[in-house]
Design a protein around this ligand. Structure first.
Ligand code: HXC
Length: 257
């Protein structure tokens, strides 16, 4: 991997992925995104990993798709490159991904953070969809996910003016889970991953899938989907372990079986 750094067991059951193009503010070129897709697939298949933290560095989570790589492309080039199939694969990751964001999260960088399941932000984080300033618009989910998170008025203003919002504002509108001092953002994300890693990995995956379903369906269909996944939990050893441990007044030992 040239543009990302992957540590599968950074902490027990927790993998860390660091975007690693610091000079370019982690601009997301095609190779980086391909590496990220492959790493997430491997971690999703690795039983020793239960949660994933994705981060950049203090100055930038990612300043967007690589403008230099896109500048000369035609619509047909973009169609043939089909970069969004990579994003579609990333979205299919079953294990929870927590974005630890400091500095710039712009354009594709903001979209990548929003593709994750939760966001822990440092107080220096800035979120924005500035594509409009370079003659295009968001293409990796910005118009949809930002609108669902912030509501139409705020999202529209950001997308049409390219204005950034601060971490504090992002928290106020529910885009991020919480804001912490810059020296703590990664640790806070790892701590959150650690809490999730103590739960049944099967139930966590089914629950993630069910929450995400709410974005894609009406209430009745979503409730039906939730119910099926709830029943599915009862096919796991973890359900027996979790409920027996409660009755026996001891801590559960989940195995993901
Ligand atoms: C390529 C980028 C880049 C990007 C920064 N760089 N962002 N290269 N693509 N998105 C490079 C700069 O060219 C520069 O390299 C180096 O990183 C440092 O950036 P500076 O501009 O010198 O830093 P600064 O003055 O601090 O400004 C930071 C910034 C600015 C405000 C984040 O770099 C900026 O506006 N970047 C572009 C943000 C953007 O428009 N993102 C949306 C992209 S489109 P050199 O070698 O020149 O010094 C998009 C579409 C997504 O994301 C949909 C498809 C996935």
């Amino acid at each position: 991997m040239e543009f990302i750094k992957v540590t599968p067991n950074h902490r027990e059951y927790i993998a860390l992925i660091e975007l690693n193009r610091p000079k370019e503010l982690n601009a997301l070129n095609l190779q980086l995104m391909g590496e990220l897709r492959d790493a997430l697939k491997q971690l999703d298949d690795d039983d020793s990993v239960r949660a994933i933290v994705l981060t950049g560095n203090e100055r930038a989570f990612a300043a967007g798709a690589d403008i230099k790589q896109m500048a000369g492309k035609t619509a047909i080039d973009m169609f043939n490159i089909d970069q969004f199939s990579t994003w579609d694969q990333i979205k299919k990751t079953k294990k929870p991904i927590i974005a630890a964001v400091s500095g710039f999260a712009l354009g594709g960088g903001c979209e990548l953070a929003m593709t994750c399941d939760m966001i822990i932000a440092s107080e220096t984080a800035q979120f924005g969809q500035p594509e409009i300033k370079i003659g295009v618009m968001p293409g990796a989910g910005g118009t949809q996910r930002l609108t669902k998170a912030l509501g139409k008025a705020k999202a529209m203003e950001m997308v049409l003016t390219g204005k950034f919002i601060s971490a504090e504002e992002a928290e106020k509108h529910g885009l991020v889970n919480r804001v912490v001092p810059v020296e703590l953002y990664l640790d806070e994300a790892l701590k959150l991953a650690g809490e999730i890693a103590k739960m049944s990995p099967v139930a966590v995956k089914l629950a993630k899938e069910s929450v995400n379903r709410s974005f894609e369906t009406g209430l009745d269909e979503g409730l039906y989907f939730e119910r099926k996944n709830f029943y599915m939990c009862f096919a796991s050893e973890d359900q027996k372990e979790g409920m027996n441990a409660f009755v026996e007044k001891r801590a559960p030992q989940f195995t993901g079986k």
